[in-house]
Design a protein around this ligand. Structure first.
Ligand code: SF4
Length: 328
């Protein structure tokens, strides 16, 4: 079969390193910004990697490996592609989009997974944002490695609206370890959230995905909200598990192994499709609203004006010339 597009690039990517069972590859990338659907709270996404070593059992992003003709189950966690890009190209991409648009980093991969220690793709992306003004940016992670970039995030936050979101499905360590085998422990995420909040970065917490009969109890959501609030987060929002076919292939066998009594329940719940709507979704919305109220959390970030904020100019851009983008 002749490979085309992203699959061809992935197949010819240079092997950068192999760590036990995980292999790292380079993926030359001309465009980092991807447009999302109108339904999303952000207009653009940036995913510094393809694949994610954290290997969450419910991960819906596994399908992204299928575009490269790779297996969405094992290869997604074991073959990690680090995007190679030029800072000047990203700055040029940003100049072409409105500053009013929200940009989300880390929607189909974790920007602070182990590969980031070695390849620092996320850090290089953040440096481009640090050289500009007036952007709206969010970074979502399950890792305390984000603390490495604390000063860089502070620099960005002086002239851009930025918030860092931590995904936290459960405070119960054993359950979190089962569901998110290689992600940072919940407690480490909370420690990182607290340090960033103390440094003036706005923090959100996502108990996402809320999993029926596993993490959807008011008790669990309450524990997550309490920890989020004590760490200084300002908002918490979430919704029910979205079980895409690629996630289903991993999640249902996982249930059979660890929670066999739940497997038939999930079969029933997700018989009609990947989304849970209707009464169940409403119940989760109400539970989240109650725990937010009890802990003084909002359901969305607070709009604020950074110290060096500059609104979108009529024409042109306030981005500095590419040559001014720092490389280290
Ligand atoms: S951290 Fe996010 S992208 Fe990575 S495996 Fe988990 S859900 Fe998927």
């Amino acid at each position: 079969m002749q490979l085309v597009g992203i699959a061809r690039l992935a197949a010819s990517g240079e092997l950068l390193a192999a760590k036990r069972t995980v292999e790292y590859f380079e993926l030359p990338t001309r465009r980092l910004l991807n447009r999302t659907s109108e339904r999303m709270p952000f207009r653009w996404t940036i995913n510094p990697y393809r694949g994610c070593e954290f290997g969450c059992l419910y991960c819906y992003a596994r399908y992204t490996h299928e575009f490269m003709e790779l297996d969405a189950v094992r290869a997604f966690e074991r073959k990690i592609f680090a995007k190679r890009f030029f800072a000047a190209s990203l700055a040029a991409e940003l100049r072409r989009i409105s500053r009013k648009d929200w940009i989300a980093i880390g929607t189909a991969t974790d920007p602070y997974q182990p590969a980031e220690r070695r390849f620092a793709v996320t850090r290089e992306i953040l440096k481009v944002f640090a050289a500009g003004r007036g952007r709206r940016l969010s970074v979502t992670t399950k890792s305390d490695l984000v603390l490495r970039d604390l000063e860089l995030l502070q620099e960005i936050a002086r002239a851009n609206i930025v918030h860092v979101n931590f995904t936290l499905t459960a405070m119960d360590e054993k359950l979190a370890r089962l569901l998110e085998p290689r992600a940072a422990r919940p407690e480490l995420r909370i420690v990182a959230a607290r340090r960033l909040a103390q440094a003036g970065i706005q923090i959100g917490v996502f108990p996402n995905p809320v999993m029926p009969l596993l993490t959807d109890s008011e008790e669990n959501l309450e524990a997550v909200a309490r920890a989020a609030s004590e760490a200084g987060a300002t908002f918490l929002s979430g919704g029910p598990l979205f079980l895409k076919p690629c996630a289903r292939r991993v999640f249902l066998p996982f249930l059979e192994r660890h929670f066999p009594q739940l497997a038939p329940e999930y079969e029933k719940l997700y018989r009609a499709g990947a989304f849970l709507r209707g009464e169940y979704a409403l119940r989760i919305r109400e539970r989240l609203e109650r725990v937010r109220t009890r802990h003084g959390l909002r359901d969305a970030p607070i709009e604020y004006t950074p110290e060096l904020w500059e609104p979108e100019p009529e024409q042109g851009s306030l981005f500095e010339p590419a040559s001014a983008v720092r490389s280290s």
